[in-house]
Design a protein around this ligand. Structure first.
Ligand code: PHE
Length: 345
């Protein structure tokens, strides 16, 4: 019977070829050819299945014996090769191949931590579009048409500003997410936004045309500046990971808050000669202006809230003692590798 011959030949071939396999790659090639899912054994199994029923009784044991022999030859070769591998001397003095795992960008790292800190205080994380309408970026934030923030100097306009509320621009601050959010939210609520913003500015050590801001806002009852200050302190302590942060509030003007403040920080344990020992302007904040609440459909007689916004890059610079913002938004991996989280060897 031809199939019996084929099976015997298969057995002999398996035994010879597995025994001859000199390394794991060769062994694998033989395994695939003979007993792999498209190998010779599968062809023989098909032939066996197609054999006349009266032949199968005699063929069955021959077929099983061939399968077992091939499997045993494979296992023996595998054991032989792994024993040989263990016998190889290992040179512990050889240099290790460098693993270049990626690392998290320092700005992304702080962004994730901001979201975590605020989530732990019950804030909802939100974002809005980078291409924003004048309506949300300016008008509903009580920024009048002649306010310098709308200037060609500051804003990347996608439409002519004369189009009014419908003119498109690249958002200049994450405060746009406040005005976008108000009509959709029912107080009380608290939200935090971490996102990219754009300003038409000359790039230098402390300014970039594309950077990131954190915006936090909360609307509830009986909210005061004390809640705002407490929230800012909690955020800074968690993010800067220091116990020497001193905070100072100065009255300041932002059209969408009243009263408005600028918050400065300094690090009392920093080297007295460094800029971190001197007051640094870090963020803007205040109580949400009644007109902003009204424009968002919220009754300012019943509800109050606070809002604050700060540049993430500035926070990262203080945290890592980086003097130049361009280090972060440039693509020089030598700097980014130093500051990112999870940096490899
Ligand atoms: N949007 C302001 C800025 O970009 C910061 C700010 C946010 C100020 C919220 C007050 C309240 O400068």
């Amino acid at each position: 019977m031809a199939l019996t011959d084929d099976l015997q030949q298969f057995t002999a071939e398996a035994e010879a070829r597995f025994a001859a396999a000199a390394d794991p790659a060769a062994l694998e090639a033989v395994r695939v050819a003979l007993i792999g899912s498209n190998g010779r054994e599968k062809e023989l199994a098909k032939a066996f299945a197609a054999a006349p029923p009266e032949d199968k009784r005699a063929l069955g044991p021959v077929f099983n014996a061939a399968k077992q022999a091939a499997k045993a030859a494979f296992e023996a070769a595998k054991a032989r090769l792994s024993a040989a591998a263990e016998d190889q001397p290992v040179d512990l003095s050889l240099p290790v191949a460098r693993q270049r795992a990626g690392s998290i960008h320092p700005v992304s790292q702080v962004a994730a931590e901001v979201e975590e800190v605020f989530a732990s205080m019950g804030y909802e994380v939100a974002d809005g579009p980078h291409v924003e309408l004048d309506e949300f970026n300016f008008t509903r934030l009580n920024i009048p048409a002649d306010h310098p923030a709308r200037d060609h100097q500051d804003t990347f306009w996608l439409d002519h500003p004369q189009h009014g509320r419908g003119a498109r621009l690249l958002r200049t601050h994450t405060s746009a997410v406040q005005s976008r959010s108000y009509p959709r939210l029912k107080p009380p609520f608290r939200r935090v936004v971490v996102g990219t913003v754009f300003r038409y500015e000359a790039v230098d050590a402390t300014h970039d045309n594309t950077f990131h801001q954190v915006e936090g806002f909360l609307v509830d009852q009986d909210i005061t500046v004390a809640h705002l200050v407490g929230t800012i302190r909690t955020m800074l302590t968690a993010l800067l990971k220091r116990d020497d942060i001193e905070v100072r509030l100065r009255p300041s003007f932002f059209p969408f808050v009243e009263p408005g403040f600028e918050v400065d920080v300094r690090l009392t344990k920093a080297d007295p000669a460094s800029r971190f020992a001197r007051w640094m302007e870090l963020l803007g904040c205040g109580m949400i202006h009644p007109q902003v609440l009204t424009a968002g459909g919220i009754d300012p007689e019943a509800w109050q809230g606070f809002a604050f916004g700060l540049g993430l890059e500035r926070l990262v610079m203080i945290r890592h003692g980086i003097a130049d913002i361009r280090v972060m938004n440039g693509a020089d991996l030598r700097s980014l590798r130093q500051f990112g989280a999870g940096t490899a060897l």
